[in-house]
Design a protein around this ligand. Structure first.
Ligand code: SAM
Ligand code: SF4
Ligand code: F3S
Length: 471
């Protein structure tokens, strides 16, 4: 039996897809296949903006030809879309129920006789979907079980490790608390064991994931088994916060990078900022979502910080480590965002000089508090505002990159083409590494993928670096 998995959204969904692939392949013996050949299609959805949802529907329509594969939707799905999917005779499976997917899929395939489904056995699909949701009754243990499934990593040098999922913050615009539910933090021992095993296997880059990693609070009831005796890490029973988890992970022996995505400014503690100075493996990169530079809009977004507090945090991060590169998320055109509000965002962007910013036009999400506010900024104005911020970003990113000219940066090689190799520098920037283009060099380059090298930066643009390999 074959499957095709289409993943939308953030790294959290990509990480979930690595666990879905592991379950389908190890427990059901399925093989991955191209979309037009697979017997089962899985859409791992993102609902962060309407455009993300529309893209999935566009792709879904294309799959509805003569062929009738079994179609499963999972991931971040808002309740109205859940219903819409069921009406289309597809199965909706909660990601938290992943350990039970093999039973549900086996059962569905028994009924499947895909023709029957085509002719409108909506009842059967709904019943199977309902059966699946019965597993979620004990929410906490369901999440725990799904996060402890060993993923089929898609890289052998970069690993995503979820440390928590869900969100309690309820920013007024955001779908996540409604799609992923409340926060759940994995026990520290489980995370430490997973990361230690990855480093032993040769992984070089560990990306810790969570919707708001700095509200991580894992409960430890025991010592991690692999490190219990004689190991360098001591963790006793009790609660562990995010900085403590980072410090514990930092003690794992080996040459590796550690980073995390994403954090909320209201929870960026002095203890965490200090980690940028003290943790040897933590790379100098921080993603911290600003969302808006206007205090009025931040309040309406339910963000619980002010623009001044955000600026102060960045000052402290830069004092702890001046090399930290910064990226952020910004939403333009939030309900009632005036030109003055927008200009405050533009001003703070100029002041902070981000290296990267993910700029989004506000999109009302059904069921959120902000969806009750009038979406009163026109699409054209939203695009104008986004373009203006993009120009500011281009200027600050280029100026920051110019400072790197002539510097030698530790770089993880991630891919190659016929002539060059490509990498990510320690401060999370893409770099093209120029090498000679003979056949032997191409073979040598291949050996460098997944390895650390030193690269001297020789040219820069706003979005990319270029450099020479230093022996
Ligand atoms: N937890 C992260 C934080 O608070 O920084 C953000 C995770 S959210 C899934 C990713 C980004 O999507 C947000 O930071 C925000 O900029 C954007 N986003 C979320 N909801 C949005 C909406 N309704 N319209 C536009 N952008 C949105
Ligand atoms: Fe959404 Fe806010 Fe939670 Fe981030 S912190 S996932 S923006 S609700
Ligand atoms: Fe989207 Fe869910 Fe991530 S809504 S951005 S896939 S947490």
């Amino acid at each position: 039996m074959t499957y095709h998995l289409a993943t939308y959204g953030c790294q959290m969904n990509f990480s979930d897809s690595e666990r879905i692939a592991a379950v389908l392949e190890k427990h059901l013996g399925f093989q991955p296949a191209p979309e037009n050949k697979a017997a089962i299609l899985i859409f791992n959805l993102c609902s962060v903006r309407q455009s993300a949802v529309n893209r999935v529907w566009g792709n879904f329509k294309k799959t509805r030809g003569k062929r009738q594969p079994l179609i499963i939707f999972t991931g971040c799905i808002l309740p109205p879309d859940r219903e819409k999917i069921r009406r289309k005779n597809c199965l909706v499976l909660n990601i938290k129920d992943l350990p039970h997917w093999p039973e549900i899929i086996r059962k569905t395939l028994k009924h499947k006789n895909i023709k029957t489904l085509k002719q409108g056995s909506k009842g059967t699909m709904k019943q199977l979907g309902n059966e699946a949701t019965q597993y979620s009754n004990n929410q906490k243990s369901a999440i725990k079980d799904y996060l402890s499934i060993a993923p089929r990593h898609s890289s052998n040098f970069t690993a995503y490790v979820p440390i928590m999922t869900g969100c309690n913050n309820f920013c007024s615009y955001c779908a996540v608390p409604y799609t992923r539910g409340r926060e759940y933090s994995r026990p520290p021992a489980e995370i430490i064991n997973e990361v230690s095993a990855l480093i032993k296997k040769g992984y070089k880059e560990i990306i810790l994931l969570g919707q708001n990693v700095n509200s991580y609070h894992g409960r430890s009831s025991s010592f991690p088994s692999s490190l219990r005796r004689g190991g360098p890490i001591n963790i006793g029973p009790g609660w562990c916060n995010f900085p403590s988890l980072l410090k514990l992970l930092d003690q794992i022996p080996g040459h590796f990078w550690l980073t995390f995505l994403t954090s909320h400014p209201k929870d960026l503690s002095p203890e965490l900022i200090n980690c940028f100075q003290t943790c040897e493996h933590l790379i100098p990169y921080l993603h911290l979502a600003l969302q808006s530079g206007s205090n009025k809009i931040l309040k309406s977004m339910n963000r619980h910080y002010t623009a001044e507090h955000f600026i102060d945090l960045i000052k402290k991060v830069r004092a702890a480590n001046p090399n930290v590169c910064l990226s952020t998320d910004i939403i333009v055109g939030f309900p009632s965002e005036t030109q003055k509000d927008f200009l405050s965002t533009a001003a703070i962007m100029k002041k902070i000089k981000f290296d990267m910013a993910y700029l989004a036009e506000y999109s009302p999400r059904p069921g959120t508090t902000a969806a009750r506010l009038k979406d009163n900024i026109s699409p054209a104005e939203k695009t104008n505002r986004k373009n203006t911020l993009n120009e500011i970003l281009k200027t600050t990113a280029l100026a920051n990159n110019k400072k790197l000219l002539g510097q030698t940066l530790e770089t993880l090689v991630v891919s190659q083409d016929k002539q060059n190799i490509f990498g990510r520098t320690k401060n999370f920037k893409n770099v093209k590494i120029i090498t000679t283009s003979n056949k032997q060099q191409t073979i040598n380059n291949k050996k460098l993928i997944g390895q650390f090298v030193n690269v001297k930066i020789t040219a820069v643009t706003a979005w990319n670096l270029e450099g020479k390999l230093i022996k």
